[in-house]
Design a binder for this molecule. Structure first.
Ligand code: T4K
Length: 373
């Protein structure tokens, strides 16, 4: 039994004095919202980190997808993956789009480029790829599809804050990438998110859309929404930046302990990172087979829970199996064997800076014991 519960995620938090120091300008000037010096500073710091031109802060990662889809002129159908958190597909539906769910790659669990190509028709105006557990989509293949079809690719980058692929930050790929800075993510602003893009035009549209469509005091040029991050959240994020290095180091160590202790087990598959990916520490996911119709994953999940270890079945249920979501789609049947299998097999183990070496070893040992019991 873990002495204190071990959750799948634990937010990094700043030192109180540090937070107050970053918040002070907002208190002094009473500039709390609608942008300000603190948000501008965080945007700049993040754009340096992501080596990208624009980082546009949002109130959360879900609204970021809604706004980015609008900014990229997505209309009617958008091809996407069913193997994701409810937010990705839900956001598309929420802005009136019709998600077309296609299968994922068997190994890396990201959207399958061949399936994307096959699903393109006259009504498809966008592709939403989701980088999962720190593993990037096949960005090269999707980029080629985007170029030949002239359909923009938006990435949901909620899981790839610090990853690079072929030497470039993963968040720099595609027409735009959305981020989540939710408490459960590597970097957090409490609630928060961003749209990242290198396009001035897309960034300008995002800025207007996140502020009700207001272009000037006298002109509301389009139907917008409130997607803005407050100065208070931005100050929290700025103060949190200094904790990132240590957090990443601990996550890397914990992941290595999991790898060392789980990779040899014949019933465990560690979800791999696409070759060329470096520095990814978003999530640590394993796959456990369904045996005689029974998901071994569920047995392990329950056994861990009894020990005070709270792993998560991300992403179960699959979006195609959620009637309240599929009710809003024109697609009536689904051919998603890889995604269906992954939804029954994947378990995300706790991964955060509060996990000691002993905890990590205890978790790995408990996983193996639960399997072999
Ligand atoms: N796209 C993808 C691929 C995503 O994964 C997400 C969000 C989004 C888009 C949307 O971004 P946001 O709109 O959320 O910015 C959590 C998060 O709420 C969600 O942000 C995240 N993905 C998803 C993967 O995980 P739950 O329902 O599992 O959260 P919850 O509250 O059960 O938290 C998990 C554990 O974390 C808790 O057991 C304890 C710990 N925790 C949580 C919170 C909120 C803390 O220690 N402190 C906290 O403040 O969804």
């Amino acid at each position: 039994m873990a002495v204190t519960p071990i959750y799948v995620a634990r937010p990094i938090v700043p030192k109180v004095d540090d937070f107050i120091a970053h918040l002070a300008p907002a208190l002094e000037t009473r500039r709390l919202a609608n942008g300000g010096a603190i948000s501008a500073d965080l945007e700049l710091r993040l754009s340096e980190l992501f080596r990208t031109r624009y980082v546009n802060l949002m109130s959360n990662g879900t609204v970021a997808i809604e706004i980015a889809a609008k900014a990229l002129n997505f209309r009617k159908k958008v091809i996407t993956t069913p193997f994701t958190f409810a937010a990705s597909v839900g956001a598309l539906i929420w802005v009136g789009l019709d998600p077309i769910l296609v299968d994922i790659d068997e190994e890396y669990l990201t959207i399958c480029p061949d399936a994307v190509s096959s699903a393109i028709d006259q009504e498809v105006s966008g592709i939403l790829g989701v980088h999962v557990y720190g593993c990037p989509c096949d960005v090269d293949a999707l980029d080629a599809i985007s170029k030949s079809s002239k359909i923009p690719v938006l990435y949901d980058g909620a899981h790839v804050f610090d990853a690079t692929y072929n030497g470039r930050p993963v968040v720099g790929y595609g027409a735009a990438t959305t981020m989540s800075f939710h408490a459960t993510k590597q970097f957090n602003t409490g609630e928060g998110g961003a749209v990242v893009t290198s396009s001035l035009e897309v960034n300008s549209r995002v800025s207007i859309l996140k502020n009700f469509g207001i272009e000037s005091e006298d002109l509301i040029s389009q139907l917008g929404i409130n997607g803005k991050m407050s100065e208070i959240n931005a100050a929290f994020g700025l103060a949190n930046l200094s904790a990132l290095f240590e957090e990443r180091a601990r996550r890397t160590t914990v992941s290595q302990i999991y790898r060392d202790n789980l990779s040899e087990h014949n019933r465990i598959r560690i979800v791999p990172l696409r070759p060329g990916t470096v520095g990814s520490s978003g999530y640590f996911a394993i796959r456990l087979p369904v045996e005689s119709g029974r998901p071994l994953r569920d047995k392990v999940y329950l056994a861990l829970r009894d020990l005070g270890i709270y792993s998560r079945k991300y992403f179960y249920p699959l979006i195609s199996d959620i009637p309240s979501y599929t009710a809003h789609m024109s697609q009536l049947t689904f051919d998603l064997p890889n995604a269906q299998r992954a939804a029954m097999e994947v378990l995300a183990l706790p991964l955060h800076g509060g996990i000691s070496d002993e905890d990590a070893l205890f978790i790995a040992t408990s996983v193996k014991r639960a399997i072999d019991d």
